[in-house]
Design a protein around this ligand. Structure first.
Ligand code: CAO
Length: 447
């Protein structure tokens, strides 16, 4: 049996009371010298604490959320006989990033590089010990994407520029999964790149750098961290916007009769404690249109279009923390009252942050209704891997010329964004036109 020893937090510069954000080992794990044990995060940097020796972890002395400083015990280690107690001398930093290639083994299986984590931690510690202005722009030379040393190493191995990766971890920290997602996204675009004419060169993402501005130079500013929901939504919206050729078809529906029917029926729903809003009818009418136009209820899978025979519709819900899209399942098998009740329920769950990941999966089409807020039209972003999304704006009473005279009608604006790889413009115009006719005579979808 080897010597039992406590591994303490080493000298981490001027940092005190730093948060433990990850425990990277568990009791029973065999660790090699310099393997990272835990990740610490200060306001502006993350650093991994490496093991000074090879050994077997007997006990973990800290937990996520603890605030620790130099000298605090982290783990109890049983040393493996014959291994050196001293870390090796600083290994030279890699001269140049390795070529972009997928690793042959998952990152978790790869041994940590000697001293690299320490060097990285120290360089980050030095970076944060200098005063950092409010706007952390690269302009002042202080910007560094927020990621742990092992994630940086992983990104370097893949040739990924972390500045281009959106982090989904706490405080925007870039996680290994974010780097993997970025690489997957790039690989998915590879066929498109190959298909592009040679003259297009670095298409589609040879974009100029984002403007680097020190906003504080022009007036007072305040840095507000984006909520986790917003950061995740932002990454997905950005991917969808860049990778799907969107076109938006505008139309309008005469919902005068539908509104009269809804108002006439809403007493019953109110007695049951929920509102019978237009959205429940829109769900129903959309399914009628999707049945008629199945390519809108589909997903692209390589060269195949997967047409779904079920109707699970995502509904964009505005919450204080950002946009979420819970999915209402089997809309074709539910009545408007059931749908209205379910909508009220999921909207509330969304706003209370109680939705589970599964509640937001499996959608085949989405509706984004801004009707309760305002506006005349907008261009919603497709919720990939779906191929279309219906945007709905606020209905208004307008003079409509009919049978030789102007008559007041309640008109509902529709904005259908679709994936032009799958859907042609004429098909989209037919879809909204059909949807409009269904909404004008709602009995068609209720039957
Ligand atoms: N035209 C006119 N009035 C409308 C309307 C429309 N198209 N849609 C809803 N309204 C009315 C409702 O009847 C209700 O009126 P009362 O208060 O008089 O009863 C009011 O507007 C508020 O409705 P609501 O928003 O509470 O209910 P809803 O069923 O229409 O929508 C929900 C529910 C969850 C979709 C909505 O609350 C929401 O979050 N919308 C925002 C979605 C969003 O942010 N989309 C943008 C995403 S970017 O693509």
């Amino acid at each position: 049996m080897g010597a039992i020893k406590e591994v303490l937090v080493p000298d981490i510069g001027d940092f005190k009371e730093v948060d433990v954000i990850e425990i990277l080992v568990k009791p029973g794990d065999a660790v090699v010298r310099e393997q990272s044990l835990i990740t610490l995060e200060s306001d502006k940097a993350t650093m991994e604490i490496p093991s000074p020796d090879a050994g077997v972890v007997k006990e973990i002395r800290v937990k996520v959320g603890d605030k620790i400083s130099e000298g605090v015990p982290i783990v109890v280690l049983e040393a493996i006989e014959g291994e050196s107690r001293q870390p090796s001398a600083a290994a030279p930093a890699p001269a140049a990033p390795p070529p972009a290639a997928m690793p042959s083994r998952p990152a978790a299986e790869r041994p940590e590089p000697p001293m690299e984590a320490v060097l990285e931690a120290l360089s980050q510690a030095r970076a944060v010990s200098a005063p950092v202005p409010a706007g952390p722009g690269p302009e002042n030379g202080s910007f560094k994407p927020h990621a742990s040393p092992s994630v940086r190493k992983f990104a370097r191995e893949l040739g990924v520029d972390l500045a281009k990766v959106t982090g989904s971890g706490p405080k925007g920290r870039i996680l290994q999964g974010d780097v993997q997602g970025f690489v997957k996204g790039m690989m998915a675009q590879a066929p498109a790149r190959e298909a592009a004419p040679a003259a297009a060169g670095a298409m589609p993402f040879a974009l100029p750098d984002w403007p680097k501005v020190d906003y504080a130079k022009y007036g007072p500013v305040e840095a507000r961290p984006m909520s986790r929901i917003k950061r995740i939504a932002a990454a997905n919206l950005h991917r969808n916007w860049l990778s799907i050729p969107h076109v938006t078809q505008f139309d309008e529906a005469d919902v005068t009769d539908l509104e009269a029917f809804r108002k006439g029926s809403s007493g019953e729903s109110e007695r049951q404690g929920f509102k019978l809003t237009l959205l429940a009818f829109l769900l129903k009418a959309s399914v009628t249109a999707l049945r008629q136009h199945p390519e809108f209820n589909a997903s692209l899978d390589g060269e195949n279009l997967i047409v779904k025979k079920y109707y699970h519709i995502g509904v964009a819900v505005d919450t204080p923390d950002g946009l979420v899209v819970p999915v209402i399942r089997d809309v074709d098998r539910k009545g408007v009252f059931d749908l209205a009740r379910e909508l009220a329920g999921v909207s509330q769950l969304a706003r209370e942050k109680k939705l589970k990941p599964g509640d937001m999966q499996g959608g085949t089409f989405s509706i984004s209704s801004l009707g309760g807020v305002g506006g005349t039209s907008f261009t919603p972003i497709i919720n990939a891997p779906e191929v279309a999304i219906l945007g709905v704006s606020r209905s208004s009473m307008r003079p409509v010329f009919r049978d030789g005279q102007f008559v007041p009608r309640l008109m509902l604006p529709l904005s259908l964004s679709y994936d032009h790889r799958v859907i042609d413009g004429a098909a989209a115009a037919r879809f909204t036109s059909y949807l409009s006719s269904v909404l004008s005579d709602i009995r068609r979808s209720l039957l």
